[in-house]
Design a protein around this ligand. Structure first.
Ligand code: MTE
Length: 300
């Protein structure tokens, strides 16, 4: 497949926050070109109304900075994100320690508006800036036999004060099947609106997998490993009964302690009605084929 974009965009070029809403339609049209071959009408993107910068950056989960929804915004400023190195290893042709700039080199930054839904049944719409993980993986050369991609977050308790407690077994770990990782909807994000990622949202680089519960979208990544074995992931390690490897958004499979059938849109006001959750978070047409023949109640 021909490359969709040339790498001429930088953070300075992407749409400013104010102009963003007006240009939404144009960008959605461009995203439609980028995803040529996928059955995704631009109109489906266009219907998404992004949350505000304040909503996206002040209410979230990032346990390295504490377990409260306001803790990341309060504590993440301590994190040094420059210099930043991502180790890419395992079953790849070009393993190495890549600096953040090396990672960006040759990648086409673009803006994409994605629905984002947490396992705790709240949701947002976020205008991410990023590039396709698949493009990075192609660049480092995935070897035959690789079946999974494993990710790790930084461990630095001096700056990540939540790591002083063992609420999770650090580092935070996540994983995808290679097919999921190569899917064009799977982004490595480096920004939101026209800004580099704020620390609390996973600076300088994080994953975004829009059809899965939010915890799969691991933040502040320092290691990407190609492997032939299903990698352990933090939440499944912590509680295998409640969290599975796939964690696809699925209104028909409840979390053991709460329903996943509806969600609360952040920004809708305290008394806003809950809305029904869509299968695969609304990306069913694009991703359902990845799970053909699988029992999604067993592979949750
Ligand atoms: N990544 C790390 N390293 N640590 C975390 O605690 N929380 C996850 C995910 N990635 C988390 C993480 C969860 S539960 C959610 S819902 C999303 O980040 C929140 O992403 P957001 O800040 O963009 O809303």
């Amino acid at each position: 497949m021909a490359h969709r974009w040339t790498n001429t965009l930088t953070h300075a070029d992407v749409t400013p926050r104010v102009a963003f809403l007006n240009r939404r339609q144009v960008m959605a049209g461009l995203a439609g070109v980028g995803l040529a071959g996928l059955a995704r009408p631009a109109a489906a993107q266009e219907a998404l109304e992004p949350n505000t910068w304040e909503e996206i950056t002040s209410y979230n989960n990032y346990y390295e900075f504490g377990t409260g929804k306001g803790d990341p915004a309060e504590n993440a400023h301590r994190l040094t994100t420059d210099p930043w190195t991502v180790k890419i290893d395992g079953m790849v042709d070009k393993p190495g320690d890549y600096g953040f700039d090396d990672i960006l080199k040759g990648q086409a930054l673009e803006q994409r508006i994605y629905r984002f839904r947490c396992v705790e049944a709240w949701s947002m719409v976020v205008p991410w800036v990023g590039f396709e993980l698949g493009d990075l993986l192609k660049r480092v050369g995935v070897q035959s036999g690789a079946k999974y991609v494993a990710f790790e977050t930084l461990v630095r308790p001096s700056e990540m004060i939540g790591q002083k407690r063992n609420v999770l077994d650090w580092p935070y770990r996540e994983g995808l099947t290679l097919n999921e990782a190569m899917h064009p909807l799977t982004l490595m994000s480096t920004g939101i609106y026209d800004e580099p990622l704020p620390n609390q949202n996973g600076a300088p680089i994080r994953l975004v997998v829009p059809w899965k519960y939010g915890f799969k979208s691991i933040k502040s990544i320092v290691r990407i490993t190609l492997t032939d074995k299903q990698p352990p992931i933090s939440w499944e390690l912590a509680n295998p009964r409640e969290y599975g490897f796939f964690s696809n958004v699925n209104p028909n499979v409840d979390h053991p302690r709460w329903s996943q059938a509806t969600e609360r849109k952040i920004g809708g006001g305290l008394f806003a009605k809950r809305v029904p959750t869509a299968m695969f978070n609304g990306y069913e047409k694009e991703v359902a084929s990845l799970y053909k023949g699988m029992d999604l109640t067993k592979n949750f």
